[in-house]
Every structure is written in C-alpha cells, then in structure tokens.
Write a protein of this length. Sequence first.
Length: 96
Amino acid sequence: MANKAAVLYVLSQKPVGSTRVGFAAGKKLGKAVIRNRVKRRVIAAVQPIWTRVKPGVSLVLVARHASKDMVFTELQAKIQELFERAGVLRGEGQEP
C-alpha cells in the first residue's frame, strides 16, 4: 500500500507470531539528520494506533519525500489510512 506520505509493506505470518514493524527512510530524503527526523515523526505517528494492529504481521514503513514537510496531524492521518487500507487494524472495540 502507498500514499504520498509513505509505503507500507505487509507480510502475514502463518503460525501467528509476534507483530513487528520496521521503519526506513532512503537517502533521497536528505542527509542523516533529515532522515532521522522523518523516521522519528513516522514512529510517533504509528504509536497511537499500534495497540490496534492485528497480531502476526510483519510491517515495513518506508517514508516518502512528501512526509518530510508534512504537518504532523496530516502525517498521522496518512499513516492510519495506510494501516486501514492494508487491513492490519482491528476495530475500536475488538479484543486482541
């Protein structure tokens, strides 16, 4: 799944194991300071929805160039949209 903020790669684990996530920012985004700032912002955007992620999936979230200058609330919305479109989020009232 992809949008202008990031690309989300999803791998389902057949014997349901732990849920994992990895974050990446390519060198095209800028120097190390910029890439690390973008990754910190993406990690912060994932934290509120992490408890709703279904168990047994491995995720890789790759930041795109537009996420560098995006307002944080918009970045959060785009990341949540990616997770919803990929089908890795449980509903609000569902148990783990």
